[in-house]
Design a binder for this molecule. Structure first.
Ligand code: AMP
Ligand code: MG
Length: 374
């Protein structure tokens, strides 16, 4: 555990900032007390190391801070946990400085302000863009990072919400063919009027890079929660799988608990950011790239579990857009991911790899659960 007055001052300032933001009504992916996903542990699950006859409590190195427009928390066990956490916090801040869509000087900001002329980007940014191009193709356009002008038109960036008119949406949709972006040896050129944002995949990819860093420090047990996107390193310190609460799309709290380790658990839901229009309709931040309007696929929450955070994040958004039928078809033809889908008619669909590992909590007991088989 880190010590010294400076650290406490830093923590108090972070917590104060979190409370002030929460007080202004800004929406987190979930909220501060019940984040998008909460990794739950029972008291007997706490870390214990047998040393001779005695049991010694191995307290985690914990950190909570604001970055990437959300609350990030870590709980890390192991011999080099302090250095690993410090390095990971620095890494997250550096990645945010590269990928923030609103921060002047970030590489994404530079790209959005240099359409038509080439911009040299870092290795991480080039990898993120290449991966996004691959996932746009693989999801047949359900994931599309070139929707930024439309995300802005709805006010999801500034939280000054409005319903754009159909003509405006049609006009903006003309510049969203993400495959027209050119990338060659670390140099990226965006077509004129295209603007990109990696809100749908950057936190998942950050999770991958942080887990890589943690593993370099020999960390074999820990949780990194990036605003509800959970990266689990190994199992809990007692060797049992982590128990992660999956955020309920119906309100605060969780819908059930998933037992898993060494994986990423990433959920997309309409509840993360939305507004109610004057017409009484709820408009959320995940858009259908074909219409430019909030996705209306019948899925109200999509959780993806897998070993690659960037893939889970890309797919959580894409599956929310695709709907149940296409999501099932995708799952049947692609290895290495599992899904928990909640539909607007209040059914839960679970892919068979999670069967027996996901349990509804008491409040959700009446909801029918269907297992999707290969
Ligand atoms: P997530 O919470 O991972 O599902 O990401 C949602 C965010 O990605 C939104 O806040 C938008 O900034 C952006 N976005 C919305 N719709 C899409 C889409 N169909 N493809 C890619 N990014 C999107
Ligand atoms: Mg996503």
């Amino acid at each position: 555990m880190k010590g010294g007055k400076g650290i406490w001052k830093e923590r108090i300032l972070t917590m104060a900032a979190i409370l002030i933001l929460a007080g202004t009504g800004m929406t987190w992916l979930g909220n501060i007390t019940v984040p998008g996903m909460q990794t739950l542990r029972e008291p007997e699950n706490s870390a214990r190391k047998a040393v001779g006859e005695a049991l010694v409590q191995d307290s985690p190195e914990s950190q909570t801070f604001l970055a990437m427009d959300t609350v990030i928390s870590m709980e890390i066990y192991g011999d080099h946990k302090e250095e690993a956490v410090k390095k990971s916090v620095d890494q997250i801040n550096s990645l945010e400085a590269l990928w923030s869509v609103t921060r002047e000087g970030s590489q994404v900001y530079e790209l959005n302000h240099h359409q038509g002329s080439p911009v040299k980007v870092s290795k991480e940014t080039a990898e993120l863009i290449s991966f996004a191009l691959e996932m746009e193709r693989e999801t047949e356009g359900a994931l599309n990072p070139a929707l930024y002008p439309i995300v802005k038109a709805w006010g999801f960036t500034t939280r000054e919400y409005q319903i754009p008119d159909k003509q405006k949406l049609q006009r903006l949709l003309e510049h969203t063919d993400f495959q027209k972006l050119q990338i060659e040896e670390g140099t990226v050129t965006l077509p004129e009027q295209m603007e990109i944002d990696f809100g749908a995949i950057a936190k998942g990819y950050t999770g991958d890079l942080v887990v890589e860093t943690m593993k370099k420090y020999g960390i074999t047990s820990g949780i990194v929660n990036l605003g509800g996107n959970v990266a689990l390193i190994g199992n809990a310190p007692d060797g049992k799988p982590w128990r992660t609460g999956i955020r309920s799309p119906y309100g605060e709290g969780t819908i059930g608990v998933l037992e898993a380790g060494d994986c990423h658990i990433i959920t997309s839901g309409g509840y993360e950011r939305y507004f109610t229009g004057e017409d009484g309709t709820v408009y959320w931040h995940i858009l259908n790239p074909e219409t430019g309007c909030p996705a209306d696929s019948g899925i109200i929450s999509a959780t993806i579990v897998g070993t690659e955070g960037k893939r889970c994040d890309a797919l959580s958004t894409a599956v929310f857009v695709m709907g149940l039928e296409k999501a099932e078809a995708y799952w049947r033809t692609h290895e290495g991911i599992e899904m928990i889908l909640v539909t607007e008619d209040n059914q839960i669909y679970l892919t068979e790899g999670l069967d027996g590992r996901f349990a509804l909590n008491e409040m959700s007991q009446g909801i029918p659960v269907h297992v999707i088989k290969k």
